[in-house]
Design a protein around this ligand. Structure first.
Ligand code: MN
Length: 739
């Protein structure tokens, strides 16, 4: 790739590129003399070429950004591969080069890192919540591949924050908020304190510029007083360490504006009171020296006993180790002392990033964290737990608890130490000890006193879990747990038992409904065909889907109804109903099932004589359409649902009759005539009235069933007042079956 890069460049630029490569490499080597110069040179040239036409919002060449990111990485003592990937980190996002180009030029390891950083990018159109959840998820997954991806991403974010001024205000606010919500807590969790502090202070500056300025100026103002107090402790301590021949550095703790601001907010206290809490850090060579120095400090000043913490014996879950003690000076000043080795200090400041310094001497090649690493275990669990969380709100809520909360330390009855987030309950503790213990937990003895499952634990307590084999988790437990492990275990349990219950319910539904169907053959014989018909791969799964309602039972019964109708279609019975529009009876033949519901489709309203077809509908019996109906065409291909139906030619026929009524005209005559007809059950199809010199000729076209009915109608008509003659004008006129 290097040759390709060079050949693509005009000769005049090549010499200036050579110059800038060497200037950059010199700076890197000053920070870390062990870096692989050739690799850095190649990566620099590649990035220079890829970004050559781009400028940043500030107007400077784009390359300034990857250079700055690479320098941040070098300062953290990261290996050459990571520094090279830092130089290349924006190539895939902003230039025509692809992952394969980087792989061909630099190999798979660097390609993976650059690709990983690129993938963390999220899109603007989503809501802030969704975007944060997505960013976070992507970070977790990228970290699982190689933790250095996230270290590069942090360096990228850090440099972007340092140069945020050129973006529009809303974007600045968005980036600063995301930094405080996600990047800083994650950096903290990975033990990268230095990065975390700088991210927080920069974001704080952008989000609350006024408050930021106030705190900075007050720190500057109080500097002299502060240094005076620190010296009251530091000077005698240094002198004593010298006489004891202990090699150690004593420094005032660096200040972090955002953490001071947070403490003021949280404790609702003024600046002075927060900043009274001074601290000194003592860094030495060995763990033995740490304890030795602790003894010296306690001999010089009086310790506040409950403030002593031994994070060397029991490291925090992000790997942090140190001795903390708070002492009271002769003039009543209170100061915290942190005692640690140089290695502990490095890990305290750079967290997982420090592993590449201590575990890779030459600063090159493949790097792996050890399996027992705290941060890595936490990360693996996190990736496992996040699978259960699909809702972005819940996802963020869940991880904020795991990221932000301070830790508490509690003990098992055997004296094993368990660390939990602040606010953790008895239930969290039970799950932390063992999942089975959690699932059957009914409470605990906390320092000998019985407490319920939702009791919040305090640091230093000894907790003995009380359990009962018959106890089972409930959905309410999700509210009682704080830790991802417990939450995930409860969810998994609820899910698996929920499934079992659905299967049982589905089985019950199928059994009762099939009984009503009176199947000719056993259900088992139908199972393979039924599963295929419904597109389900096992009977158990079918029960589950019916139990949850995802497959309506109607689809199963319909399958059998169709089968049954098909089996018995040879025997003929009449199914009929009265058409609501015309009052006419229409009869069709469908099969031998007298329970079968038949209805005529309203879309085409078939009448006897029309060519018809039936469809098995869901829950509404058989629907009869005209074969030329457009709705019928929709089902035409569905063999399972189509059923042959015929007009019942053996059913009672109806006949058309014309009656002529002669009468002398009077009011209400017509009404009296039609009343007689309808009372007798005849259907009036047509009626005409002729009036001539007080004489009336009424003609009716009616439908009748038989001769007897006609005779009765005529007799009743003749009795109407004023009617002089009733006669049939034509003989029986059969309603044509063929239309
Ligand atoms: Mn970038």
């Amino acid at each position: 790739m290097v040759t390709r890069t060079e050949s693509m460049q005009p000769h005049t630029l090549a010499s200036s590129l050579d110059d800038s490569v060497e200037v950059f490499l010199k700076r890197i080597l000053e920070i870390n003399a062990k870096v692989n110069g050739e690799l850095i040179r190649d990566a620099y040239r590649f990035s220079w070429n890829a970004h050559r036409d781009q400028v940043r919002k500030s107007g400077e060449p784009f390359l300034a950004h990857p250079i700055a990111v690479a320098l941040i990485l070098a300062e953290q003592q990261l290996d050459s591969v990571t520094i090279a990937a830092g130089l290349l980190h924006d190539v895939l996002e902003d230039t025509p080069f692809r992952r394969e180009d980087i792989r061909d030029a630099f190999g798979e390891e660097i390609a993976l890192l650059v690709d990983g950083v690129t993938k963390i990018r999220t899109f603007q159109m989503k809501s802030r919540q969704e975007r944060q959840a997505e960013t976070f998820r992507k970070m977790l997954l990228s970290m699982a591949q190689d933790l250095r991806v996230i270290i590069i991403k942090f360096a990228d974010r850090l440099h972007n924050l340092r140069t945020l001024n050129y973006l529009p205000p809303e974007r600045i606010k968005d980036i600063a908020t995301e930094t405080l919500d996600i990047y800083a807590p994650l950096a903290h969790r990975l033990g990268m304190a230095r990065i975390k502090w700088e991210l927080e202070d920069l974001a704080f500056k952008y989000l609350y510029p006024h408050r930021y300025k106030t705190i900075v100026s007050r720190i500057v103002e109080s500097r002299h007083d502060r240094e005076t107090v620190i010296d009251r402790f530091a000077v005698p301590l240094r002198r004593r360490l010298e006489t004891e021949k202990l090699e150690a550095t004593v420094v005032g703790r660096p200040k972090h504006f955002y953490s001071i601001y947070r403490k003021m907010e949280q404790r609702n206290k003024p600046f002075e009171e927060i900043y009274d809490l001074l601290a000194i850090r003592v860094i030495t060579r060995s763990i033995a020296d740490c304890y030795h120095i602790l003894g010296i400090i306690h001999s010089l000043w009086k310790p506040i006993t409950d403030r002593f913490k031994d994070y060397i014996a029991t490291p925090k879950s992000n790997g942090y180790q140190s001795l903390h003690t708070t002492v009271v000076g002769t003039e009543g000043n209170i100061i915290e002392m942190q005692i640690r080795t140089w290695e502990m200090n490095q890990i305290a400041e750079d967290g997982i990033a420090a592993h590449w310094l201590y575990k890779n001497g030459d600063g090159g090649g493949t790097s792996q964290l050890t399996k027992d690493d705290h941060a890595l275990t936490w990360l693996k669990n996190l990736i496992e737990w996040q699978k259960d969380l699909t809702d972005s709100n819940e996802f963020l809520e869940f991880f904020k608890i795991d990221l932000f909360h301070a830790e508490i330390f509690v003990f098992t009855p055997k004296g094993d130490l368990i660390s939990l987030p602040k606010g953790a309950t008895v239930l969290d503790f039970a799950f932390a000890v063992h999942t089975d213990l959690g699932l059957h937990c009914i409470g605990a003895k906390v320092d000998g006193k019985i407490e319920p499952i939702h009791a919040v634990l305090r640091s230093g307590s000894t907790v003995e879990v009380l359990h009962l084999a018959s106890k089972k988790p409930s959905i309410n437990w999700l509210r009682e747990v704080k830790t991802p492990k417990a939450r995930s275990a409860v969810r998994r349990w609820l899910k698996s038992t929920g499934r079992q219950e659905s299967i049982e319910l589905g089985k019950k539904i199928v059994r009762t409904r099939l009984k009503k169907l009176h199947l000719h053959s056993s259900f088992t014989d139908h199972v393979p065909a039924l599963l295929q018909h419904l597109g389900v791969n096992s009977l158990e799964r079918l029960y589950e889907l019916i139990g949850t309602g995802e497959i309506p039972m109607g689809r199963v019964t319909q399958y059998f109804e169709v089968k049954k109708v098909r089996q018995s279609v040879s025997s003929r019975v009449v199914s009929s109903l009265v058409d609501t529009f015309t009052g006419r009876k229409r009869e069709v033949l469908v099969g031998n099932n007298d329970n079968l519901m038949v209805r005529f489709a309203r879309c085409c309203n078939p009448v006897p004589g029309d060519s018809i077809v039936g469809f098995v509908t869901h829950g509404r019996g058989i629907s009869v359409h005209r074969t030329d109906c457009s709705n019928a065409a929709l089902f035409a291909g569905d063999e399972e649902r189509t059923i042959r139906v015929n007009w019942d030619t053996g059913a009672k026929k109806r006949y058309l009759v014309f009656l002529e009524i002669q009468a002398s005209d009077r009011a209400g005559l017509l009404h009296d005539c039609t009343s007689v007809l309808s009372d007798a059950g005849a259907n009036v199809v047509e009626g005409t009235i002729h009036t001539e010199n007080e004489r009336v000729h009424n003609r009716f076209k009616i439908e009748i069933v038989n001769r007897n009915q006609l005779r009765q109608i005529i007799r009743k008509l003749e009795r109407i007042k004023g009617v002089t003659n009733v006669s049939r004008t034509r003989d029986y006129d059969q309603l044509a079956d063929g239309g």
